[in-house]
Write a protein that binds this ligand. Structure first.
Ligand code: NAP
Length: 226
């Protein structure tokens, strides 16, 4: 049975990843900050739930040790934050910026370091980070959102390096934009449902080959500029 570990699985895209992978027969390791508040998660069979605040790096190490005998085929760095309302030039909240960088940039890298042995033991050997088109510098035509944009641009840069660093070990790395999705973060005016986004990403993951490692793709498999 293939195994996937998903961060930020309490709601939104993370919860949908858990539902779809469980329905497909995967073993799902669902990580979330407050399992007791992630009611829908407990209703899914084949899901093992683990408390994990990704900004708590000691907790990441503890979970990696707890799961040391577990092979992980796909690790999905999904947990993310937008950074709040003071995110435009002239009224920036620097404390929130630091927190946003911790969750969106450093935590996915820390997850990769802590769970590298588990990925090596898996068959698929794939590290996925849910980034955003808003992290694309080339695509930025509207400005603003400095906290979120920088955190995802830095995530992209880190994952590109990790893809190169781990290629010789057979570990693949993908950076994926899920689309503009109707979740708490995406809001009600977003263009697609979580179900469509996750179904697309699952297909991209299923078709992944090491030659694609280090790519920045949309949920439909098309390429994005850095
Ligand atoms: N929705 C979109 O349109 C869109 C577009 C581009 C990229 N994305 C990216 O897609 C990913 C998922 O977003 P979403 O739309 O599903 O957002 P969401 O509905 O706001 O859910 C965010 C998830 O991240 C978790 N999270 C936040 N901080 C965390 C932390 N410190 N430790 C552990 N979990 C934490 C939340 O857990 P709690 O329930 O505990 O708060 C929640 O499960 C994010 O990386 C986001 O940047 C989304």
């Amino acid at each position: 049975m293939a195994t996937v570990l998903i961060t930020g699985s309490s709601r939104g895209l993370g919860l949908e990843f858990c539902k779809q992978y469980a329905a497909e027969g995967w073993q799902v390791l669902a990580c979330c900050r407050n399992p007791e508040r992630a009611g829908n998660l407990a209703d899914i069979s084949q899901v093992r739930i683990f408390p994990l605040d990704v900004s708590n790096f000691a907790q990441i190490d503890t979970l990696a040790a707890e799961l040391q005998d577990t092979a992980i085929d796909v690790l999905i760095n999904n947990a993310g934050v937008y950074g709040g309302t003071h995110c435009d030039f002239g009224q920036l909240d620097y404390t929130a910026w630091t927190q946003t960088l911790t969750v969106n940039t450093q935590a996915p890298v820390k997850m990769a370091e802590a769970f590298l042995p588990h990925l090596k033991r898996g068959d698929k050997k794939l590290l996925v980070s849910i980034s955003s088109q808003m992290g694309s510098i080339a695509d930025n035509g509207s400005g603003g959102s400095i906290l979120y944009r920088t955190s995802k641009a830095a995530l992209n840069a880190a994952m590109k390096s990790i893809a190169i660093d781990l290629r010789d070990q057979g570990i693949g790395v993908l950076v994926l934009h899920p689309g503009w999705v109707k979740t708490d973060m995406g809001g009600p005016n977003a263009l697609i449902e979580a179900q469509q986004s996750v179904a697309g990403i699952r297909q991209v993951i299923a078709q992944f080959t090491l030659a694609q490692s280090g790519n920045f793709l949309k949920y439909d498999g098309s390429s994005l500029p850095w």
